[in-house]
Each structure stands twice: as C-alpha cells, then as structure tokens.
Design a protein around this ligand. Structure first.
Ligand SMILES: CCN(CC)Cc1ccc(CNC(=O)c2csc3nc[nH]c(=O)c23)cc1
Length: 246
C-alpha cells in the first residue's frame, strides 16, 4: 500500500512512519509513505500557505492554490488512483471497522489541515472522505494521519509476526484486552501474578483471559458490549465474572 500525506510538517509524518511496526513494514516494502508540503507549491516570496477567511472573524484558511497544485503532484506521482481522505474534526469518527476497510485499498492520500482548515470548494472537488480521530480539539490533521498510517500499516500482510499479537487484538473482536503480566511473579509490594497464568493449563488460561476481557469490557465500555452478540460460552464467562464482582 502507498500512502501520500499532504502536510505542512513532513518531518512529523516521516518520524511517525519510521518507528516500530510501520517503520519495519516500510523497510519490508509492505507500505510506502511519502509526505508532500504545499509550501513547496507556493510562488510568492513569503511562501504563504494561509489566507484570511471570507466573512471576517478570527482564524485563517489554508491557501487553495498550493493545495490544488500539491494534490495534482500527488495524484500523478504514481499511476494508481488514490482514495483522498481529509482529516478534519467535521469527519466521521474513525473505527477499527473502517481501518480494516481502508487497509485493503492500494493507495491513500491523506490531507492534513492546519489553521481552520481548507476551502469548502476544495473538499467538494478533491476529497473522497472526511475522517475525525475523536471528539477533542487538535491543532491540525497530522496526528490523525499518523493514526491512520499506524492502524492501516500494521494490518498489511506480513507487517506483524505472531509475537506482535495483532491477530488477537482485542479491538479485532470488539472487546477490551485482558490484563497482562511479566516478571517478577511476586513484586516488591507482594502482589502476585494470577496463579492460572503460571499453571501451564492453556485451556484454563484462555478461559481466564476471555473472562477478563469480557468483564473489563462490561465494566469499562458497556457500549462496546451492547453491540455484540455473545456466544453461550461467553455469556457464561461474563456471568462468572459478574458473580465475583457483585
Ligand atoms: C471551531 C473553531 N476551530 C478551532 C477550535 C475548529 C477547529 C479547526 C481545526 C482544527 C484542527 N484539527 C484537525 O485538523 C483535526 C483533523 S482530524 C481531527 N480529529 C479530531 N480532532 C481534530 O481537531 C482533528 C481543530 C478545531
């Protein structure tokens, strides 16, 4: 998959895509991330990329001409057509379901706004989809682009080996994750690792983990649980968890 990012801060995108699983996926040629700066498509001495907003009031809007020229350069950089996504607070909230769909596409172009955003006519003409990463105020779209690059990049075939445990990602099956433990078995405060995890009984360990994942989802994110149809086995495990809680 190829991802082109239109951003005033290419160094941020390069750094985010260079580390960890996505950095390795890039090295393996599973994903290719390129950043483009609209400032390189300005022609004035001050390399202006923002302008005043019509109708007055505070806030600036990104200049349309550099964006249009930058997007044209992105589109023609490789023959494959790209799905053009605008990161914006006005977008649809990103979900793992949408991430899985985006991960199947051959090419994405992520447009990162700064200031108050971009001209509405540009959205109508150039943007296929608008995505928000949550209900909080950021200073621009780059963090949203980094989120999409990471979430989509790790799903590319070959990006993760089993140790990375993506296959068992809790959000893949709609549940929160179970608790995790590592050395020491008993810590300095005298707190011990749950005995089942040291038992070597893999069926019991799997049951314990599933029960904890169901229980935590029930306690912390009942909204996620409400969306799920639980199997009889899951319902029994959740009842078991609730009994120890109530
Ligand atoms: C209503 C006045 N503006 C300033 C408060 C609204 C506004 C414009 C642009 C931004 C910049 N944010 C993004 O570009 C952005 C892009 S994706 C995203 N997801 C969640 N939250 C976000 O702020 C974003 C934030 C707020």
């Amino acid at each position: 998959m190829r991802i082109d990012v239109l951003t005033l801060f290419p160094e941020f995108i390069h750094a985010a895509a260079a580390v960890g699983v996505v950095g390795r996926a890039q090295q393996r040629g599973l994903i290719e991330v390129a950043a483009w700066n609209p400032r390189d498509f300005t022609h004035d001495n001050y390399r202006r990329v923002d302008e005043r907003t019509f109708g007055g009031g505070p806030g600036m809007v990104m200049s349309t001409r550099p964006l249009t020229d930058c997007l044209a350069a992105i589109r023609t950089a490789v023959p494959e057509p790209a799905r053009v996504i605008y990161l914006t607070p006005q977008g649809a909230r990103l979900t793992q379901r949408r991430v899985r769909e985006l991960a199947l596409l051959p090419r994405l172009a992520l447009v990162c706004g700064r200031y108050e955003g971009i001209d509405e006519r540009l959205i109508a003409r150039e943007i296929d989809e608008e995505i928000s990463i949550g209900d909080y105020v950021l200073s621009g779209g780059e963090l949203g682009a980094a989120v999409i690059i990471d979430a989509v990049g790790r799903l590319q075939p070959g990006a993760l080996n089993d140790a990375d445990s993506a296959a068992h990602d809790s959000f893949e099956d709609g549940l929160l994750d179970c608790p995790h433990y590592t050395r020491p078995e008993v810590d300095a405060q005298g707190d011990a690792v749950p005995a089942v995890l040291l038992s070597g009984d893999h069926a019991a360990i799997a049951r314990w983990r599933r029960r904890e994942a169901l229980g935590r989802t029930w306690l912390r994110r009942p909204d996620l649980l409400a969306r799920m149809t639980l199997s009889r086995a899951d319902r029994a495990l959740l009842d078991d968890f609730r009994r120890t809680w109530l």
